[in-house]
Design a protein around this ligand. Structure first.
Ligand SMILES: *[C@@H]1O[C@H](CO)[C@@H](O)[C@H](O)[C@H]1NC(C)=O
Ligand SMILES: *[C@@H]1O[C@H](CO)[C@@H](O)[C@H](O)[C@H]1NC(C)=O
Length: 249
């Protein structure tokens, strides 16, 4: 009898772990424009096309992602004059990645913000993507390092706050690492990992297979919290069965 019980508890613990693990590999964060669950989208727009087979964004969101001052966040890329297209395409790609990715689970955290309940933190970006973003933007102009906060929104779109000088990205950020990590307040972590490593997230990839699924699976299986999960899975049934050993059924 005790054995059957032990078996039942073990099976339950294992299946709970497996289910939450699966969810973390294929889920949408609770934010402003995300769908509640990932699903195929027939016609994602231009740069967001690679996510079409499984996406947290709608077609409408991806079309807006390509527009200046889009209705997604009323964010103005051209706050220090027109941003060059070769730079802007990286911000469009970044928006596609943020809005569409179903494999950000390991880096999603709760957040107390008016416009979203969850955000991403420290997503390890592939070096190529961060470096090409910076090198294509070095000569573009901005006035701030952290684009999440500190803007003057009194006119409805973000303007540089009084006293913030417009300078080149190279002057404002100084390095690809600083740009990728600071611009969205630590959403991304700079790495020296290459795409071929399978250990970093790709902003740019060719569909239809999303390489970031396997990267997320790797980090989920190697996360510090996983050790606790494993210990609970193995120890809880043991503890319970010990407790039960003295109690006759
Ligand atoms: C997306 O949807 C919003 C609200 O329904 C609408 O105002 C906007 O025009 C749409 N954008 C595109 C590009 O279709
Ligand atoms: C915000 O912009 C308005 C003009 O649009 C200006 O009058 C105001 O001083 C600015 N405030 C800050 C804090 O920059």
């Amino acid at each position: 009898m005790g054995c059957v019980w032990l078996l039942l508890v073990s099976v339950c613990a294992v299946s709970v772990c497996a289910v939450s693990g699966l969810d973390k590999l294929n889920m949408c964060m609770d934010a402003k424009h995300h769908k509640t669950e990932p699903a195929p989208e027939g016609a994602l727009y231009e740069q967001c096309f690679p996510w079409r087979s499984n996406a947290c964004c709608t077609a409408n969101t991806t079309e807006e992602a390509h527009a200046d001052n889009s209705n997604l966040y009323n964010f103005n890329w051209n706050h220090c004059g027109i941003m060059a297209d070769r730079c802007k395409r990286h911000f469009i790609q970044d928006t596609c990645f943020y809005e569409c990715s179903p494999h950000l689970g390991p880096w999603i955290q709760k957040v107390d913000q008016s416009w979203r309940k969850e955000r991403i933190v420290d997503v390890p970006l592939c070096q190529e993507d961060c470096e090409s973003w910076y090198s294509d933007c070095r000569d573009s102009i901005t006035c701030k390092q952290d684009w999440h906060t500190g803007w003057n929104w009194t006119g409805g779109i973000n303007k540089c706050p009084d006293g913030a000088k417009c300078r080149t990205f190279a002057e404002v950020f100084g390095s690809a690492k600083t740009m990728c990590e600071v611009i969205w307040s630590k959403s991304y972590r700079y790495t020296t990992l290459e795409k071929s490593s399978g250990r970093c997230m790709q902003l740019w990839f060719e569909g239809p297979t999303n390489p970031n699924l396997e990267v997320a699976r790797y980090y989920l299986n190697h996360a510090p919290s996983q050790a606790i999960g494993m210990a609970t899975t193995l120890l809880l049934p043991l503890l319970l069965s010990l407790l039960h050993a003295g109690i006759p059924f």
